[in-house]
Design a protein around this ligand. Structure first.
Ligand SMILES: Nc1ncnc2c1ncn2[C@@H]1O[C@H](COP(=O)(O)OP(=O)(O)OP(=O)(O)O)[C@@H](O)[C@H]1O
Length: 374
């Protein structure tokens, strides 16, 4: 295991432990101004506390209950979906519901097969291993994982070339929970080894409303119906954003008003933070702006778009794009990303009669990338 991955794993593990061992340390966390700790304290702890995602919740509850009944580790679970929808939360809940320790790591931290072997060799019967961003694991580690998932065994290769020897290493039965924002990037041998796959969808405003109210309760924030609704409707279907906006609106209410989050206060605060009525933030608007004003509505490749807005391709692709597509403002086509008529209207621009969107067929991000040059 490399020093970097050891540090990542241990730090993550410590963070998970802290989440679970300590009670909801909101007061302390808040006093220390630690936003990450506040976020951790807002996480639902059991499936019953999870709001929305009914189908995933029901399916997962069945998988876990059956495993508990058989007194066996549940099948490996793959969670996919855009950031902030609750993948880490669900991984923690799986471990908690199985009363099993949780180990956390991430794909980018596993740079060598040896890193993975070191993690796996420290596992105990029934442990849950959470690998975030599993699509970013190195190829040799990925191949080692196939065998570990299926046979609970890995071959650790010692040495190089003709003198190399493979030492088999038995691993106690464990449950792998993989999370990915890009399920399409997972090679099918890996995808097929997950016994249960759940795709998390963006949340409906009514669910976000409940999430905002629950978090406000935990944070001790007084909030009116209008205030909750306004935050929910600007949260881009994402609980993490709902919680973040709630914290910013709370700051505004505390400093500029009497502390109560009303519709008016939420409205003013979110305008100040440049989150518009549809929940689009600066990056979303920058993507649409560049697409319409600089590239005439597209089609344009995602890498070009990312350079034009000064962001990483992954950020545009994984953070901005899914919400823009879902909002009907952007389409992925075989020739590149295209602004829809609604995007022009959203920016207050006239829809050009020659808009590239006419007749555009929406395709998945992976398909769109097959055709574009970036
Ligand atoms: N269903 C839910 N009900 C209530 N709160 C939720 C729910 N899902 C997520 N949250 C809240 O949203 C925050 C973000 O969730 P989480 O970290 O699990 O997302 P994620 O999908 O793992 O994101 P990333 O991929 O960026 O790590 C959590 O702190 C949690 O409080």
């Amino acid at each position: 295991m490399t020093e970097r991955s050891r540090r990542t794993t241990e730090a993550d593990y410590d963070a998970a432990e802290t989440d679970y061992v300590e009670s909801r340390a909101l007061v302390t966390a808040e006093a220390e101004g630690d936003e990450r700790a506040v976020e951790a304290a807002l996480r639902p702890r059991s499936l019953d506390e999870v709001i929305g995602q009914e189908r995933v919740r029901e399916q997962l509850s069945l998988v876990l209950e059956a495993a508990r009944g058989r007194n066996r580790a549940p099948d490996h679970v793959l969670l996919s979906g855009p950031p902030g929808l609750g993948k880490t939360t669900l991984a923690m809940i799986i471990a908690a519901e199985m009363s099993s320790p949780l180990r956390l790591t991430s794909g980018p931290a596993i740079t060598h097969a040896g890193d993975l072997a070191a993690i796996l060799s420290g596992m105990n019967d029934g442990d849950v291993l959470f690998v975030d961003e599993i699509h970013r694991m190195s190829r040799p580690a990925e191949e080692m994982l196939y065998m570990a998932m299926e046979d609970f065994r890995v071959d650790v290769v010692i040495g190089k070339g003709p003198g190399a020897t493979a030492i088999p290493l038995e691993i106690p039965p464990f449950t792998l929970v993989g999370a990915t924002t890009r399920a399409g990037l997972l090679p099918s041998p890996l995808r097929d080894r997950f016994g249960f796959t759940a795709h998390l969808e963006f949340y409906e405003p009514a669910d976000l409303d409940l999430i905002v109210r629950r978090s406000a309760g935990l944070l001790g924030v007084t909030l009116t119906d209008g205030g909750a609704g306004e935050i929910a409707s600007r949260s881009r279907g994402t609980p993490r954003i709902a919680n973040r906006l709630l914290r910013r609106v709370r700051d505004y209410a505390q400093v500029r008003a009497d502390g109560t989050v009303t519709l008016e206060i939420a409205h003013r605060a979110l305008d100040l933070y440049e989150v518009d009525q549809s929940g689009l933030d600066r990056l979303d608007r920058a993507v649409l702006d560049v697409l319409c004003r600089r590239f005439g509505g597209g089609p344009v490749g995602v890498s070009t778009l990312a350079v034009a807005v000064g962001e990483e391709r992954e950020t545009v692709e994984e953070v901005a794009e899914p919400f823009l597509v879902r909002s009907g403002l952007l389409a992925r086509t075989p020739r590149g990303r295209v602004a829809t008529p609604a995007a022009w209207q959203h920016l207050g621009l006239a829809v050009p009669s020659t808009a590239a969107f006419s007749g555009a067929q929406g395709v998945s991000a992976a398909e769109a990338d097959l055709f574009t040059d970036d």
